[in-house]
Design a binder for this molecule. Structure first.
Ligand SMILES: Cc1cc2nc3c(=O)[nH]c(=O)nc-3n(C[C@H](O)[C@H](O)[C@H](O)COP(=O)(O)O)c2cc1C
Length: 188
């Protein structure tokens, strides 16, 4: 039985994307409905059919909305989790670039104050770049919960070690944090 709450998962093109079903399962265990939005790059990492089947909604990458029984379905969103969030998407999202459906729709949800959690999967070389550090700080200043840093026990990995980190990707922690956040501003 669903509890009426809906989680939007935005998955980007990095190794842990292949495990996004773990987040769908965590949400379903707490009776949340789910929709998965994939960047074009992420489509190379996920089994879109399997994700659609488990999530219960078609994986979306474009503005085309699923048409069910002649009605266009766009469920209200109670929380957003961007995971894994690539270097590319973190920087674009923070700087306001909106040139794809995943970026535009997420930008709007953040602007509405919908609880949003970002889980970067970025190596230490990329994370050392000043633009990335500004992006993380900027997203946090907007009220986005970015899981990153020693306090979160989730730090950028040395280049070339991403495969080892995939197994400990904090899917469940991301969901737990998203459910604890309160909506801000326009979200109601
Ligand atoms: C096999 C493979 C693994 C990748 N792993 C990562 C990664 O761990 N983190 C990252 O930020 N980018 C990674 N990339 C690069 C991104 O996929 C690339 O920057 C892409 O443009 C991201 O697009 P998106 O942010 O729209 O998903 C990887 C690319 C490939 C082909």
């Amino acid at each position: 039985m669903l509890n009426g709450r809906h989680l939007r998962i935005v998955v980007c093109g990095a190794g842990p994307a292949a495990d996004v079903l773990r987040l769908v399962e965590a949400a379903h265990e707490q009776s949340w409905a789910t929709t998965v939005v994939a960047t074009t790059s992420a489509l190379d990492f996920i089994d879109a059919s399997a994700v659609t089947e488990l999530a219960g909604n078609p994986v979306r990458s474009t503005y085309q909305t699923p048409d069910v029984g002649g009605r266009r379905i766009m469920p209200p969103v109670d929380a957003v989790i961007i995971a894994p969030a690539t270097y590319n998407t973190v920087n674009k999202l923070a700087s306001g670039v909106a040139d794809t459906y995943p970026l535009t729709s997420t930008a709007e949800l953040i602007g509405r104050g919908v609880p949003t959690v970002v889980v970067p999967f970025v190596n230490a070389a990329l994370a050392a770049r000043a633009p990335y550090q500004r992006s993380i700080a900027g997203l946090r200043a907007e009220g986005v919960r970015v899981i990153s840093g020693p306090d979160d026990d989730w730090t950028p990995h040395p280049p070339g070690t991403g495969t080892d980190r995939r197994a400990v990707f904090p899917w469940r922690r991301a969901f737990q944090l998203a459910t604890q956040m309160r909506p801000r501003g326009l979200s109601s």
